[in-house]
Design a protein around this ligand. Structure first.
Ligand SMILES: NC(=O)c1ccc[n+]([C@@H]2O[C@H](COP(=O)([O-])OP(=O)(O)OC[C@H]3O[C@@H](n4cnc5c(N)ncnc54)[C@H](OP(=O)(O)O)[C@@H]3O)[C@@H](O)[C@H]2O)c1
Length: 270
């Protein structure tokens, strides 16, 4: 019998990399994408070293044509797609008043449209395999924070897109799951853009108590197996979800203070 196939965007680093190893360990053939060719090579070689099979592509998820190439690669090499994981993403830390609008558009094209393109090109194969579509969103998919307007709105857009898609696919036997991690220890914050469009290059938070990408990957895999609708990872995340829904003003205050207290907070003098 052929292995199942997982296609993972942003598989060159952090959560996507850990997902690639986890699905490979569970006997999936994996196809990963990213912009960093060296990292893609290294992830694939780690997979092959452990006896797994993988393919990679250097591409930009904000291009529909580039995303189609990833889907074509999966189908040409492995003949099917069982799981699509829309994981590639970036953030911007900036006051909206100062944000570079080109960076705002870029972020939306990666986080939101990148996910839309992935689903669009792979959907016929996922319907055929009665497979799963998994979105790596964020607590910011339903909770707003200041100085992250681009990121928060892109993740809210993802939530709406995948929730709507799930309903539409009701009779197609396709599982759609939105995973919403809290803080995860990865290069994400170093890669976050500033208002001038350049990378932060350092983190605005203490990483000591953050979840590891490996823990996220384990939980996502379990969520995949048990066909979860939503995955909110920590007690704190679940509590935040309840507070947001029942006491939105309290949620606003907590979110404001959280950002006010981060390192070099942009709210301090605003
Ligand atoms: N870290 C957190 O605290 C956290 C919390 C909640 C949700 N998330 C979500 O988790 C996802 C993964 O983040 P991470 O923490 O693993 O961060 P990361 O280590 O920075 O990984 C981001 C991944 O996205 C890829 N990517 C970025 N721009 C791309 C583009 N234009 N085309 C193709 N791939 C692109 C990167 O590829 P290259 O490196 O090859 O460019 C990298 O593989 C994101 O969607 C993020 O919003 C993260």
């Amino acid at each position: 019998m052929k292995n199942k196939v997982a296609v993972i965007t942003g598989g060159s680093s952090g959560i996507g990399e850990a997902l690639a190893y986890k699905f490979s360990k569970e006997n999936f053939d994996v196809v990963i994408g990213g912009t960093n060719g060296e990292r893609i090579k290294s992830v694939l070689s780690n997979i092959k070293e452990k006896g797994g099979r993988g393919e990679g592509i250097i591409h930009d998820v904000s291009s529909s044509d580039d995303v189609k190439k990833m889907v074509d690669l999966a189908v040409n090499k492995f003949g099917r797609i069982d799981v699509l994981i829309c994981n590639a993403g970036i953030s911007i830390r900036s006051l909206f008043e100062d944000v570079d609008i080109k960076s705002f558009e870029k972020l939306f094209s990666i986080n939101f449209l990148g996910s839309v393109y992935c689903v669009k090109h792979s959907l016929p194969y996922i319907i055929k395999s009665s497979g799963s579509i998994i979105a790596i969103s964020s607590l910011n998919g339903f909770i707003a924070t200041p100085t992250r307007t681009a990121y928060v709105s892109s993740k809210h857009a993802m939530q709406g897109f995948f929730d709507s898609l799930r309903l539409e696919l009701k009779r197609k036997n396709v599982h759609v799951m939105v995973a919403s991690p809290g803080y995860v220890h990865s290069n994400f914050r170093k890669n976050t853009l500033k208002s001038d469009g350049k990378k932060e290059g350092k983190t605005s938070r203490d990483h000591a108590n953050m979840m590891s990408p490996e823990e996220v990957a384990e939980k996502v895999f379990r969520g995949y197996l048990t066909k979860k609708r939503d995955l909110i990872f920590t007690f704190r995340g679940k509590l935040a979800y309840l507070i947001k829904n029942w006491f939105p003003k309290v949620a606003d205050r907590l979110a404001y203070n959280e950002i006010l207290n981060e390192r070099e907070s942009l709210l301090k003098n605003y």
